[in-house]
Design a protein around this ligand. Structure first.
Ligand code: FES
Length: 310
């Protein structure tokens, strides 16, 4: 992966049930790159797949970064962090990347589920009283970074499932001013419910951050097709069940990748011809309709041929 740096784990704090806050600094004691609200880094632990974590500290702080890591059952990276990582450890990480930028508006509605608060925290700080956060968690005690969210000057409402409090998304969306921007991050069920409730909104005002691939039906079409690499004058066959990324690698073409789940944007490539079956969780509806780029790790051809600018 292009552009990595070595970080030292400065501190580890129990933030909420199953969530550690990791404070990171440059291993050489230098200044960290600046980041914008919504940005994430990839943690690159030896022998494990890269994992994306939102930077949830203060973007103005170039001495320290902070991420929140929830222990995921079966998640090798998060389990290693929770069980074995201790202050002083050195970690490789990518430079910050932002697929979830905070765009200008007069009003913001943020919807978070659990650890999904992390990309939204710097946004809440940035917009202050113009922001409203609807925070879904098992309980207030299990809602990570809640005290910080409450200190941003915005309105914060917690929906604690253990107390039977459910967020009525459609009703809430119906009551916000027309110019509101909506940002959402959380578990798939919440994201899909928000996506559905906001389907009638102008889609350039609705923003989602996915950290795992959307679940797809097992038998969803995965036909073989021809992949033309225009710059090389090369045609490859992408078999059913093989990704474009792996077909390219098989032919010795090394496209950078990280998540390989369609959520980070590292493997984006330009498409010159052909209809794309977009399967990522990054591109907007307008970008999909334009058909100029695709994520090679998950997206495929809708027809029999796709021409890439490679
Ligand atoms: S590698 Fe992350 S979107 Fe393809």
């Amino acid at each position: 992966m292009a552009g990595t740096l070595t970080l030292r784990l400065r501190g580890l704090r129990w933030e909420a049930e199953g969530v550690f806050a990791l404070e990171l600094e440059a291993a050489d004691g230098g200044v960290l790159p600046r980041f914008e609200p919504g940005a994430h880094i990839d943690l690159l632990l030896p022998g494990l797949p890269p994992r994306q974590y939102s930077l949830c500290g203060d973007p103005a702080d170039v001495a320290r970064w902070r991420i929140g890591v929830r222990a995921v059952a079966g998640g090798r990276v998060s389990q290693l962090i929770h069980r074995a990582l201790r202050p002083g450890a050195l970690l490789e990480a990518s430079l910050p990347r932002n697929n979830f930028p905070l765009l200008a508006s007069t009003n913001y509605l943020f919807i978070a589920g659990g650890i999904g608060i992390t990309p939204l925290l710097p946004m809440l700080r940035a917009v202050g009283p113009r922001g409203t956060l609807l925070f879904c968690a098992k309980s207030a005690a299990d809602a990570p970074f809640l005290a910080e969210a409450r200190a941003t000057g915005g309105t914060v409402e917690v929906f604690a499932s253990s107390e039977g409090q459910r967020l009525d998304i459609a009703r809430r969306l119906a009551t916000v001013p027309a110019e509101t921007r909506l940002y959402c991050c959380g578990p798939e069920r919440l994201m899909l419910a928000v996506e559905q409730a906001a389907a009638h909104w102008p889609q350039d005002r609705v923003h989602f951050e996915w950290f795992a691939a959307r679940s797809r039906p097992e038998d969803e079409g995965s036909e073989s097709f021809d992949l033309v690499c225009a710059q090389r004058g090369l045609t490859l066959s992408v078999a059913a069940g093989t990704s474009v990324l792996h077909a390219l690698r098989g032919a010795g073409i090394d496209l950078p990748s990280s998540c390989e789940q369609g959520v980070c944007g590292t493997c984006e490539c330009r498409v010159l011809e052909g209809e794309i079956d977009h399967r990522d969780s990054i591109l907007s509806a307008a970008e999909r309709a334009e058909g100029a780029v695709m994520m090679a790790c998950v997206s495929r051809a809708r027809g029999k041929r796709l021409v890439l600018d490679l």
